[in-house]
Design a protein around this ligand. Structure first.
Ligand SMILES: Cc1ncc(COP(=O)(O)O)c(C=O)c1O
Length: 450
C-alpha cells in the first residue's frame, strides 16, 4: 500500500514517529523542543553524536579551521591538516591500514569502497571480477550501489529494477538464525552460505564481500558468533576477494573498540568510516585502505572517484579533535561499561511480552518488538509496531532508533538505543525508566490501536 504523507514541514523528511515537536537546541545527551520538552537522545544523529550535543572543543576546532582554510583543490595540492588527520586516522585503525581517503557521508564512502574494489581488480587485469556480495538484512547506505549491495528490503523497494543484482549470504544474527541453529554449537552455516554464494557466482567473478561487523539499522545491534568474521575473512583471502567492513555505525568506539572488526582481530581490505568519525559535527567519512591494496596493482593509479568535498580541512580539524578525545580509551571503556549496564537493566526491567532478544556490543544496544503481545488482533503492517513504540518513547521523553525487517522481507520490528558514549549511570537509568514506561503505555493502550 502506498504510504505517501502530506509533509507537515517544507523540508524533505517526515518520520512516522514524530510528535510534530520542533527541536531548537541540543545539550549533552539531551534535545530540547520549542515548547521546552526535554528528550534523552538515544538516537544521537543515527549513532553519530558520541560526545553528545554542544561539544565546545569540537565546535572551536571547526571554527578555527574554517577561518584558516575550509576547502582546497585536492587534485593540485595537499594540506598539512588533512595529511596529519589521515596519519592519525590510520594509527587509530588496525595496523595494516596504510591509506585514508576522506569523503563526506557514509553512503558516498560505501560507494567509493565498491569502486575502489572494482578499480583494484581492473588494475590487476582481472576485469571480470565485477560482482559484489552482501548479506540478507544489511544496510550499506542510500546510493543505488549501496542499496544493491545491502539487504534492507523496505529501503530497496522503491528502486527495485535498477539495483544491480548482488548475491546475498545469510546474516549472522544468531538469535534469529536463518538455519534454526544454536550459537557457538553450530557449524557456522551462515559463513558457509557466504562461501556457497561465492562458489555460485564463480570466485573469479567476485570483486568484494561487504559486511557490517555488527548489523545496525537492518537488525538493531546484531553481533555475529565470534568465529564468523575470521572465517569470512579467511575465505575471502583464499578466493582473492576483497573484504570490505562497513563500520559506518560501529566505528569510533561505539562497540567499545575503535572498530568492531577489532573485537575479532580481523583486518579487512577496506574499512568504511562515517557517522561518529566527526561525532556528528561535520559531514565526514573515510575509507581506511589496507597496505595489501595500496602496494598492489593500484600503487601507481589515481582513484577515479573525485568529489567536491573530499579532503576537507574543516572536516579534518573536527576528525582530529574526535581522535584526541578518544585517544586515552576512557570513552571506549565507558561505552563498554554503560552498554553492559544498560543491557542488564533492560533485561531485568522490560516487560518480556513486548521486548525480547536484548542484545548488542558496547553502546550499540538493540531489541526486538514482539508482536506476541498483540496476538488475537489484526496484525499491523511491518514497521508499525516499532513506529508506535517509538512514539510512546517520545512521549516519555526518549528518542530511540526504530526499524523493521529482521524476520525476513519487511516483517520483524526492532529498535536500537544509540546513546552518547560519554553517558552517565544516571542517564542509563533514565533511559531504562523511560523505555519501561513507554512499553507499559503500549501494553496498556494496545486495545485502542485498531
Ligand atoms: C552501516 C551503514 N553504512 C552506511 C550508512 C550510510 O551512511 P550515511 O547515512 O552517512 O550516508 C549507514 C547509515 O546509517 C550505515 O548504518
Amino acid at each position: 500500500m502506498a504510504d505517501i504523507r502530506v509533509l507537515p514541514s517544507r523540508s524533505a523528511y517526515s518520520t512516522p514517529g514524530q510528535l510534530g515537536a520542533r527541536i531548537v537546541r541540543g545539550e549533552g545527551s539531551y534535545l530540547f523542543g520549542a515548547d521546552g520538552t526535554r528528550y534523552l537522545d538515544a538516537s544521537c544523529g543515527s549513532g553519530s553524536l558520541i560526545f553528545g550535543h554542544g561539544d565546545e572543543k569540537i565546535i572551536d576546532a571547526l571554527h578555527a579551521q574554517s577561518r584558516q582554510l575550509t576547502l582546497f583543490p585536492s587534485r593540485h595540492f595537499s594540506s598539512e591538516i588533512v595529511e596529519r588527520y589521515a596519519s592519525r586516522l590510520l594509527d587509530f585503525g588496525p595496523p595494516s591500514m596504510s591509506r585514508a581517503i576522506i569523503f563526506s557521508s557514509g553512503s558516498d564512502a560505501v560507494e567509493a569502497s565498491l569502486k575502489l574494489a572494482l578499480q583494484h581488480h581492473f588494475a590487476a587485469k582481472r576485469p571480470q571480477r565485477r560482482k559484489i556480495l552482501g548479506r540478507n538484512a544489511s544496510y550499506h547506505g542510500n546510493t543505488i550501489a549501496g542499496l544493491a549491495a545491502g539487504g534492507f528490503v523496505a529501503r530497496r523497494k522503491p528502486y527495485e529494477g535498477v539495483l544491480v543484482p548482488c548475491a546475498k549470504a545469510s546474516h549472522a544474527h544468531c538469535v534469529a538464525c536463518e538455519f534454526g541453529l544454536q550459537p557457538q554449537t553450530c557449524a557456522l552455516e551462515c559463513a558457509q552460505s557466504m562461501e556457497d554464494a561465492i562458489l555460485e557466482e564463480g570466485p573469479e567473478n567476485v570483486a568484494a564481500v561487504i559486511i557490517e561487523p555488527v548489523v545496525g539499522a537492518a537488525l538493531s545491534a546484531a553481533a555475529p558468533d565470534s568465529r564468523y568474521l575470521p572465517r569470512v575473512c579467511e575465505m575471502c583471502r583464499y578466493h582473492g576477494i576483497l573484504l570490505i567492513a562497513d563500520e559506518v555505525m560501529t566505528g569510533f568506539a561505539r562497540t567499545g573498540r575503535p572498530f568492531a572488526s577489532m573485537h575479532w582481530s580481523v583486518e579487512p581490505d577496506i574499512i568504511i568510516c562515517g557517522k561518529a568519525i566527526s561525532a556528528g559535527y561535520y559531514p565526514l567519512s573515510a575509507l581506511l585502505v589496507n597496505e595489501r591494496l595500496v602496494h598492489g596493482p593500484l600503487a601507481d593509479q589515481y582513484f577515479q572517484n573525485g568529489q567536491t568535498f573530499a579532503c576537507s580541512p574543516a572536516g579534518a580539524a573536527v576528525g582530529l579533535t574526535v581522535l584526541d578525545k578518544l585517544a586515552d580509551g576512557t570513552v571506549a571503556a565507558n561505552a563498554t561499561r554503560m552498554g553492559e549496564l544498560l543491557r542488564a537493566s533492560l533485561r531485568k526491567e522490560m516487560p518480556g511480552e513486548l521486548i525480547s532478544r536484548i542484545r548488542g556490543m558496547g553502546l550499540m544496544v538493540g531489541f526486538d518488538i514482539s508482536t506476541f503481545a498483540f496476538q488475537n488482533r489484526r496484525p499491523l503492517l511491518p514497521g508499525r509496531y516499532s513506529d508506535r513504540f517509538q512514539r510512546a518513547a517520545l512521549k516519555r521523553g526518549l528518542v530511540i532508533y526504530a526499524s523493521s525487517g529482521s524476520a525476513g522481507s519487511e516483517a520483524g520490528d526492532h529498535a536500537m538505543l544509540l546513546l552518547p558514549l560519554i553517558i552517565s549511570e544516571r542517564e542509563v537509568q533514565e533511559a531504562t525508566g523511560s523505555l519501561v514506561a513507554a512499553a507499559n503505555d503500549v501494553l496498556e493502550s494496545k486495545n485502542s490501536w485498531y
